[in-house]
Design a protein around this ligand. Structure first.
Ligand code: NAD
Length: 248
């Protein structure tokens, strides 16, 4: 049986996606820098009776990606889905810009997504209904003064979604993006620790709470599934209504 490849599978949304897919009986291959976190995710999948492999991979490293992709295909017999959830924020206002910090964020969040699409597409083509989901963000649509590289990478993923969906539609592969709002994960822990920020987010979210990783994972599972067979090139905002409200 083939597997869904999940980058960032050691934590947060990547982990929740692995478990949600395992609940549907789908095998998963995890890539992350965090071996311990991946082992914990794998244990959750194994409890559900589903195959789960994991490899320590820096998604920005091309040689590591190619080696780990070959290994995942060998172990699982194929790849029928890709979820690019690995990501970093790299807080840094534009006034303190350095090329190194900028490239660090862009290479993991955006360039790795494009490279992975190119590398994994031949395997997705071989499966019936192969599909890709990128983790963009509501910050792909809106700016944030602390996070110019992050906002740029997430907006770039929306362009990549549209452009690659055209090319890959010809070979039956769908490409979509999910744009989460504020989700409680290790990534948002430092932000939500800022006094008043959590109350402000919850107060301006029509559904009146922060998001949980599973809120996003369930949408990703839908987009990867045959139920979304006519959905491609789309960006789905999953934010409890946060960005539906005008500040005016
Ligand atoms: N949490 C949110 O509120 C939120 C909102 C919008 C978008 N997102 C996006 O969702 C995705 C998942 O975020 P999360 O909140 O689960 O964060 P997280 O920090 O819990 O998980 C991110 C994972 O990516 C891994 N990672 C980082 N750099 C890597 C690299 N070079 N190679 C391999 N793995 C690497 C980390 O080790 C970590 O396990 C990210 O792309 C993030 O930008 C999150």
């Amino acid at each position: 049986m083939s597997a869904v490849l999940i980058t960032g599978g050691a934590s947060g949304i990547g982990r929740a996606t692995a478990v949600a897919l395992a609940e549907t009986g789908q095998a998963v291959a995890l890539w992350d820098l965090n071996r311990e976190g991946m082992a914990e995710t794998a244990a959750l999948c194994h409890e559900l009776g589903v195959a789960c492999s994991f490899s320590v991979v820096d998604v920005a490293n091309s040689a590591q990606r190619v080696e780990a992709l070959n290994a995942a295909v060998d172990v699982h017999g194929g790849i029928h889905g890709l979820v690019h959830a690995a990501g970093v924020t790299g807080p840094e206002p534009i006034t303190t810009f350095t090329p190194e910090n900028w490239d660090f964020v862009i290479s993991i969040n955006l360039t790795a997504a494009a490279a992975l699409t190119y590398e994994v597409a031949p395997h997705l083509k071989l499966s019936e209904g192969g599909s890709i989901v990128y983790l963009s963000s509501v910050l792909g649509w809106f700016g944030h003064e602390w996070l110019p590289a992050y906002c740029t990478s997430k907006a770039g993923l929306l362009g990549l979604t549209r452009a690659s969906s055209h090319e890959l539609a010809k070979v039956g592969v769908r490409v979509n993006a999910v744009c989460p709002g504020y989700i409680e994960t290790p990534m948002t822990e430092p932000l939500l620790a800022i006094p008043g920020l959590e109350n402000n987010v919850v107060g301006t979210t029509p559904l009146g709470r922060l998001g949980q990783p599973r809120d996003i994972a369930d949408v990703i599972v839908f987009l990867l599934s045959d139920k979304a067979r006519f959905v491609t090139g789309a960006s789905l905002v999953v934010d409890g209504g946060l960005t539906s409200i005008s500040a005016i």
